[in-house]
Each structure stands twice: as C-alpha cells, then as structure tokens.
Design a protein around this ligand. Structure first.
Ligand SMILES: Cc1ncc(COP(=O)(O)O)c(C=O)c1O
Length: 458
C-alpha cells in the first residue's frame, strides 16, 4: 500500500452528490420511511438497519438479489446479517417449509424436527457434546455467560473491547468506542463491574487481564472473527485464550453466531483447530429462520438438564423461550446444514477463493488510485476500511477507530445508489454460495469507479 499525504476529501459534497441520486432512485422508500418513523422509533426494529439518509424498503429477495419497493435491484452482500449462506429463499428451504407448514408451526413439545437438527449440529461442531436451542444470538450468549458462571461458581466475564454478542444486558458493555462509557441508559452499573474488556488480538495485555482476574474469572467470550471491523483473530491469540482459560479454570466461549458454519463447516473451531468449552450459534443454523443454540462440553451443558433434580442454586436455568425449537426453523436449519455437509468441499472451497479475490481486488482498485485502504476478513467475510496516514493494516479495534471511517458511508452509499450493490454501511459483508464470478467482478469494477469518483472530488 502506498504512503501519500492524507488527501482531503469534501465529505459533505461527496455525500450530497450520492444522496441526491439515492433519493431520486428511492422516492417510495423515502415516503414510506417517513411513515415508518412515526410508528417505530427510527423506522426500524434493528438499529443496524438504519442508515442515512434512510434505508430502502425491501419488497422481494431471491438468490443473491434484493428488490426495493421502487423496483431497484441490488446484489446483496449483507445477506440477512450474514445468515444466508445459500442465498435468499433457496429452493431446498422453500420445499422443506412447504412440507412442514401443514403439520404445525410451533409444536410446544419435544419434536423429531429439533432432534434432527441437534444431531447434525453435534456431528458438525467439534465442541458440541450437548446442544440447547433458543431463538436469537443475544439469548444464546446470555445463556453462555450464565452457564459459565454456574459451572465455575465465579462471577467475572472477560469480553473483547468492541465485541458484539447481541443486546442482552449481560454483555452490552464495551461494544462501541469509547469502550469504558456505558452503551446505554438503563443498564445496571453494578453489572458492568462484572465484565472486563480485553484488547482483541493483543496477547500480553489480555494475558495480564486474565491473570489479574483469575480467581473470580468465570469465562472469556470472543468472536473468532470480530464482526465489528471484520477482524480475524490471530491463531496465536485464540490459542493463548485457550491455554489461559484451562490454566485458571475459566470457561472459554466462542461466539460463533457469525462464524459458525461460515469459516468452515465446523465453524471457527474447525478453521483454527482450537476448541472452546462453550459455543454460541445462530444465523446460518436457522437457514433463514430465527433460531440459535448454545452448545458445548457435556459437563457444563448438564447443568441445564431439567430432568435432574438439583437444588436451585446448583442448576443453570436456561432455555425458556416460547419459540425455541420452532418447527419451521428446525426444518430450514436441518436442510441447510445437510446441504452444507454434503457439499462442504465445493461450497467452502469456492467461498474461500471468492473472499480472497474480493480482498485482493478491492485493495488493488484503491491502491491504483493512491487511496489507502484495506479489506479485511476471513474466507467469505469481508469489510473495507480506509487507512490513516500512519496505518498499514487494521488488525485491532484501536486501529479501526483510528481509520478514516468518514469515507465508509460515501463508499457504501455510492455502491447502493449508483451501482445497485448492497453493503450495509459500516457493517460486515458476506459472500454466499449463490454469488457468481460476475457478481464479484461487478463489485470490483464498481469499487474502481468509486475510487475514481473520490479522486475527482478531492
Ligand atoms: C457475534 C454475534 N453474536 C451475537 C449476535 C446476536 O445475535 P442476534 O442478532 O440473533 O440476537 C450477533 C448478531 O449480529 C453477532 O454478530
């Protein structure tokens, strides 16, 4: 990557040009957004779905494409928050849902469907000696913390500064910079005392933090590829966490809500060859429908067994969700995992190649125009960052904060408004098994055009 004087871009001029195209292409979305805002705070129910000036409203999705209510088509790299590894509404999922619908939606009792998915998950995920389904990732990570505390009879949890595990109150700390400040009004300050923040990928500082808290440390939770920033963990870092947790008797939790069935069939634990004690799963496992799971070592998972009569303070009561083991989600998850298992070589081989191609080519497009950037990620996950003068790479949250984040919205909005490519501004992107070579080359060309546009408005 070249070192040049930091170019000065007129961001508001850049944005106003792109925004006016976006507004003119999405008038129905603009009008609907005004009404949606009056019904739902911010017009959305997931914060990430809002971006300025307003999000387009989706009408239809199939394969790698989304269509909005104004008739624009987008090649989608957000892919349902990265959940849709087989694309939108794949035929195998549609067929399975059609079979199940007449036979019930929410059994509310033990069901063969969930047994089928649990068996697959335990075959595929290396650490999964026991499986418990729930409905969202936030629920799964909350349960992981509870299980870790129950098993160790300790209180402290270490998470990564910048780590995201869903919006449960056990882990909504240190997600956005400045990390020490509260993430939200309404959180209990005393709970924050029980959650310490480790600097991701920094072995020495993390080792010191773990050793300083060893006595009361229940668990360490980490995303093997940090979703915010799309930062892969160094293998050495994960191995250090593994060794230290074993040494001090703490539970190592991999939050594989994104990386599960994504980095490899067996997730990050297979990809890195390092097993956690507990792991949380979601997204891909639902095959496009809402479900999540907490899986892990038998000796920990049995604390959740309701058939064993334990004193109240010796059990870990998890698994209270009305919609857990929803029949449709169990079916869509099962056919998705069956497909991935049967086609693991071809699917994961091509996802890895395409991810490498995207990272290499996007870097090249910016570099050719003297724009300092890096596209990070692992296998099919990627995210583009603009480098500050003194930076050559982004491998930590600190580096991410120091990068030129002001250029991200113009880039992603340009792709959306002018090129029909949907990357949710500032968020992780995921290639699916249905993206084609043409799609990838379209993204590369569009990025080159944006780089030209950026240089012109300098
Ligand atoms: C790593 C990670 N953990 C947990 C969650 C929360 O999952 P959910 O949105 O299903 O609650 C997410 C969601 O994006 C995530 O990326």
């Amino acid at each position: 990557m070249m070192t040049t004087e930091k170019p000065v871009y007129d961001i508001s001029k850049l944005l106003s040009k792109i925004e006016s195209t976006y507004r003119s292409r999405t008038p129905k979305s603009g009008a609907l957004y005004k009404v949606a805002r009056s019904l739902m705070p911010g017009g959305v129910s997931h914060n990430a779905r809002f971006f300025t000036p307003y999000p387009f409203f989706e009408k239809r999705a199939r394969g790698q494409h989304l269509w909005d209510i104004d008739g624009n088509r987008y090649t989608d790299y957000w892919m349902g928050h990265t959940a849709l590894i087989l694309g939108h509404s794949p035929a195998i999922v549609r067929a399975e849902l059609r079979k199940q619908i007449p036979n019930g939606l929410l059994p509310g009792t033990a069901s063969e469907n969930s047994f089928g998915l649990a068996r697959l998950v335990s075959e595929i995920v290396p650490c999964a000696e026991g499986v418990r389904f729930c409905t969202t990732g936030a629920e799964a990570t909350m349960y992981a913390v509870r299980l870790a505390r129950a098993f160790t009879r300790r209180n402290q949890i270490i998470k990564m500064a910048g780590g995201w595990h869903g919006f449960n109150s056990s882990l909504t700390y240190g997600v956005h910079a400045p990390f020490e400040a509260s993430e939200s009004a309404g959180l209990i300050p005393e709970e924050k005392e029980r959650v310490k923040l480790a600097p991701f990928n920094k072995i020495d500082e993390t080792t010191n933090l773990i050793m300083d808290n060893a006595k009361d440390l229940a668990g360490v939770i980490v995303e093997p590829v940090m979703g915010g920033g799309v930062l892969p963990a160094d293998k050495k870092y994960l191995q250090t966490l593994r060794n230290l947790c074993s040494e001090v008797g703490a539970v190592l939790i991999f939050d594989e809500v994104i990386t599960g069935f994504r980095l490899a069939l067996g997730g990050a634990q297979e990809y890195y060859g390092i097993n956690p004690d507990l792991c949380t799963l979601g997204k891909i496992m639902g095959g496009g429908l809402p479900s999540s799971a907490i899986v892990g070592k038998k000796e920990i998972m049995i604390l959740a067994d309701p058939s064993v009569n334990r004193p109240k303070d010796e059990r870990a009561w998890i698994g209270g969700g009305t919609f857990s083991e929803h029949a449709l989600a169990m079916c869509s998850g099962r056919v998705t995992l069956e497909y991935l298992k049967k086609n693991r070589k071809s699917v994961y081989g091509s996802l890895e190649r395409e991810g490498d191609e995207v990272r290499r080519s996007l870097n090249k497009e910016f570099e050719k125009r003297g724009i300092r950037s890096t596209t990070t990620g692992a296998t099919s996950l990627f995210g583009t960052h603009f480098l500050s003068d003194h930076q050559n790479e982004i491998s930590s949250q600190e580096a991410l904060i120091e990068s030129r984040r002001e250029l991200e919205l113009p880039y992603f909005l340009y792709l959306m408004a002018i090129k029909g490519i949907f990357i949710l501004p500032g968020h992780i992107s995921a290639i699916s098994a249905v993206h084609t070579k043409f799609d990838i080359s379209q993204l590369v060309r569009a990025t080159g055009d944006f780089a030209d546009f950026l240089v012109e408005t300098q």
